[in-house]
Design a protein around this ligand. Structure first.
Ligand code: SAM
Length: 296
């Protein structure tokens, strides 16, 4: 069974990148009247407590979203980062950062009444929590929680009725096979629904599959004649570090990327302004950096 629980990582630098991209695209996609279908292949629990035992042990939000609360002097946050911060703030009472909304709640907050959201989650505890959290929304048939494999499950919803869809694919990559499954899912989804927007998060770690994934996705998008955008955010070196006992250990997730096929045209300028600020605010050492490429 899966051991990954997003509660340990909620609000970390990877969430800052992923959720900023997600919000920026949803703002644009919900401008057009026609209904939008959003498929979240790996939904998680939906809501996280920043003061729970999970998040407190790892403290990842402290080096993530909470650093955005103290912009460096003279810095005005880029609109995409401000939108992200405002959306998370709207789940909290003023100045009291207790709740972090995961992708299901971020998405639902930005949808209109006629849009649809399908949430896939396999972990038994997280599925139960997600269902209970979603019930509180009283969103009726707008939101569906499916305890199914997200890679497979999205097939039946593509193409969507109004031919407008955003797919967020955010696996935990606990299983090495997840990298290959992401590429296979994108290949098939593009065949079923070539005009959908596909946003894929991946970790940048010293593992061949992690390095190959964005290259594979770029080849895939290019061959299909689709536009793409690739953004990465590094907050620290990936080199092994020595702990107080002098033992070497991995430094925790140093970097991650978002690869988007058929991105909204507003995404690139939004990230051009936001990524340098993410680097300034989230840097943990001198290796902090970003990349932003697009094509097609
Ligand atoms: N997207 C969430 C967010 O941004 O708040 C975080 C998701 S977390 C990185 C990945 C989740 O995928 C975990 O909760 C895990 O239990 C779930 N999971 C793992 N394999 C899955 C699969 N094949 N289908 C659906 N969910 C899966």
């Amino acid at each position: 069974m899966f051991s990954y629980r997003h509660a340990f990582h909620a609000g970390n630098h990877a969430d800052v990148l992923k959720h900023t991209v997600l919000i920026a695209m949803l703002h644009h996609l919900t401008q057009k009247e026609a209904a939008l279908t959003v498929l979240d292949t790996h939904a998680g629990a939906g809501l996280y407590r920043l003061d729970s035992e999970f998040t407190e042990t790892s403290g990842e939000a402290a080096d993530g979203i909470q650093r955005l609360l103290k912009p460096t002097e003279g810095m005005t946050l880029a609109p995409a980062l401000q939108d992200y911060l405002d959306l998370v703030a709207s789940f909290n009472s003023k100045g009291n950062w207790r709740i972090y909304p995961g992708s299901p709640f971020i998405i639902q907050r930005l949808l209109r009444g006629h849009d649809k959201l399908k949430l896939f989650e396999l972990h038994p505890t997280d599925t139960k929590t997600l269902m209970a959290n979603v019930e509180q929304l009283e969103a009726g048939r707008q939101v569906a929680v499916l305890r199914e494999d997200g890679f497979e499950g999205i097939r039946k919803f593509l193409p969507p009725p109004a031919r407008r869809a955003l797919v967020l694919c955010d696996p935990s990559y606990e299983l090495k096979n997840d990298y290959a499954r992401v590429a296979a899912m994108a290949t098939e989804a593009l065949k079923r629904f070539p005009t959908g927007t596909y946003a894929i998060w991946y970790p940048i770690i010293p593992r061949p599959e992690a390095h190959d994934l964005p290259r594979k996705l770029k080849t895939l998008a290019t061959k299909a004649g689709k536009s793409w955008l690739h953004a990465t955010l590094t907050v620290k070196s990936s080199k092994l570090v020595a702990d107080v006992q002098g033992e070497t250990k991995r430094p925790g997730l140093p970097a991650s990327g978002m690869f988007v096929i058929n991105p909204t045209h507003t995404l690139k300028p939004a990230l051009q302004a936001a990524l340098p600020q993410m680097v300034t605010l989230l840097a943990q050492d001198r290796h902090a950096a970003f990349t932003l490429d697009a094509g097609g």
